[in-house]
Design a protein around this ligand. Structure first.
Ligand code: RB5
Length: 156
């Protein structure tokens, strides 16, 4: 089974530890990118570590936890090749895989309870990209990555 890169800031640390145990119980190899305590840290550092682990091919997918899931998603999505989805329920988690081919899931420990987080994660890991018309759209996301830093293209 492929590895999952896991990361959190101080707000997400306790939930990250719970999810790590759950992932290992399910048979996943976990690459723990930190943080390793509830001492205050900056979420972009951990988003970058998990995103880099995924884009380097050292993990198939990544999971990031902060207070809301929002900061981690914003930060991870700045890394070319990362499609991070902040999910608060199993439905959006499934669709983020089927439609968006999300390769990073972000969760908010202050807005999502442990049981719900496990359900979201299990759903997300179990869902596959649907391809078809969604593949064309995901390719356009890759185009946006390639165009980063270049003049903005007009709407088509
Ligand atoms: C930390 O207080 C908090 O801002 C962070 O965990 C996250 O929620 C940011 O999006």
């Amino acid at each position: 089974m492929s590895a999952i890169a896991l990361g959190a800031d101080h707000a997400g640390f306790p939930l990250k530890e719970d999810l790590k145990v759950w992932l290992i119980e399910q048979g996943y190899e976990v690459v723990d990118c930190g943080t390793q305590s509830s001492d205050s840290v900056d979420y972009p550092d951990y988003a970058a570590a998990v995103a880099g682990t995924v884009t380097a091919g050292k993990a198939a997918r990544g999971v990031l936890v902060c207070g809301t899931g929002i900061g981690m998603a914003i930060a991870a999505n700045k890394v070319p090749g990362i499609r991070a989805a902040a999910c608060t329920d199993a439905y959006t988690a499934r669709l983020s895989r089927e439609h968006n081919d999300a390769n990073v899931l972000t969760l908010g420990a202050r807005v999502t309870a442990r049981e719900a987080a496990v359900e979201i994660l299990a759903t997300w890991l179990g869902a596959e990209f649907a391809g078809g018309r969604h593949a064309r759209r995901v390719e356009k996301l890759a185009e946006l990555d390639r165009a980063r830093g270049k003049p903005h293209a007009p709407a088509r």
